[in-house]
Write a protein that binds this ligand. Structure first.
Ligand code: PLP
Length: 397
């Protein structure tokens, strides 16, 4: 018999706040009613600042982040188009796989897992592509498998430096609404997220923001698409309606989630994610463990992938945390299985929850055979949080 909450410290789905859950407990309604469109249009207006755009079209597709990936690709590219992608973690692996299966000519740069998008190598390749064969450049903004945040602005600069017209595609599924995302400043053409990570809702929506340039490309792109067709979606969504039945409850949940983000303030949301992530990182360092991310500049403020020594199987850590302590930690995906466990620290989270994650991780690491000094990680995080609270008090005075 399990008692209390099952702690959810995976990088998605994330914890759904109680008011978001309650907001979804509404009767079914007519999605063609005259007042339904206002609900959707309100969401789109409040999603734009979250994406860092004032003008992009924001499209809400029933589905998940992966569906929005597919929408981005099939609406703007034609079969055989050359695209430039990097593989440095499980999510970038899956994106490459999708692009290949959809029939694009994918030029892949493989990098060790734990590294970010290879901006310099992209810049070199783009500069050499004088005839502009490359139609799309892809960035996984936050590689959730490795806890690595990449430099989207750097890729934009690489495109601009050689006047390259390729579309810039960004997977922001585990960054948008948690990390600063500046679609307009970075000249992102297609930005993808889902409802169940930074946006604190259940899974069920793939959200795609598209620039004017991407909309233009969609008018001549020849990939087959139907359910995800951007033309149908844009036509209907201009008035807040959908080309098919929308998940209305989820839209009400999204309304409540965006109200929370507005009330906290986007900058405060980002600052909180950074503070909580720093607490986790202080804890990891105090344990004598390291992150998968190759260098501090790549550290993700939404998820930490924590390496365990070879004598320990990270799968044991996760199993013990779940079986004995009612706590879900993130697993090591694919080639990282057994080598890392992950703590997701995004969405509706606070200091107490992070301390619980670290405390349970300590117990589980101990039982999995890692010699840990109890409280070391928790204490390091507490010291960080106390210091941050002190600084905030001083700033307020
Ligand atoms: C979760 C995630 C995805 C997949 O999204 P789904 O909503 O599960 O389809 C894609 N990319 C990244 C970076 C993710 O974190």
């Amino acid at each position: 018999m399990k008692t209390g909450h099952t702690h959810l410290f995976i990088p998605g789905p994330t914890n759904v706040p109680d008011d978001v859950r309650r907001a979804m407990n509404v009767p079914m309604q007519d999605q063609r009613a005259p007042d339904f469109g206002a609900l959707t249009l309100g969401l789109i207006a409040d999603l734009r600042p979250v994406f860092g755009t004032t003008s992009a079209d924001v499209l809400l597709y029933p589905g998940s982040g992966t569906g929005a990936w597919e929408a981005a690709l099939t609406n703007t590219l034609s079969p055989g188009d050359k695209v430039l992608m990097a593989r440095h973690g499980q999510f970038s692996v899956l994106w490459v796989d999708m692009a290949q299966r959809l029939g694009f000519d994918v030029e892949v740069m493989d990098r060790p897992w734990g590294e970010g998008t290879p901006v310099a190598a992209f810049a070199e390749r783009l500069a050499a592509d004088k005839d502009h064969h490359i139609k799309g450049v892809f960035v996984t903004h936050n590689e959730t498998a490795t806890g690595v945040t990449s430099d989207v602005a750097g890729v934009r600069a690489a495109l601009d430096a050689c006047g390259h017209p390729a579309l810039l595609f960004v997977d922001g599924v585990s960054s948008i609404a948690s990390l600063p995302f500046r679609m307009d400043d970075w000249g992102v053409d297609l930005a993808v997220t889902g409802s169940q990570k930074g946006l604190m809702c259940p899974a069920g929506l793939g959200i795609l923001a598209v620039s004017e340039k991407a909309v233009e490309a969609s008018k001549t792109a020849r990939s087959y698409r139907c359910y995800f067709d951007m033309g149908d979606m844009r036509r209907m969504m201009a008035d807040g309606y959908f080309p098919y039945t929308p998940p209305a409850q989820l839209l009400h949940g999204m309304r409540a989630a965006l109200d929370r983000i507005k009330a906290e303030g986007l900058d405060q949301v980002f600052a909180r994610h950074h503070r909580l992530a720093e607490g986790v990182r202080k804890g990891v360092a105090a344990w004598g463990l390291t992150l998968c991310a190759a260098e501090p500049a790549l550290w993700s403020d939404t998820v930490s992938a924590i390496r365990v020594p070879e004598s320990v199987d990270a799968r044991d850590v996760i199993r013990i945390a779940y079986a004995r302590y009612n706590t879900s930690l993130g697993s090591g995906l694919s080639q990282l299985a057994g080598k890392v466990f992950r703590i997701g620290h995004l969405g509706d989270l606070n200091e107490g929850m992070v301390l619980a994650a670290l405390g349970v991780a300590e117990l589980s690491l101990h039982e999995a055979g890692y010699p840990i000094s109890f409280g070391s990680g928790v204490g390091a995080a507490q010291a960080h949080f106390a210091h941050a609270a002190g600084s905030a008090r001083m700033a307020a005075e």
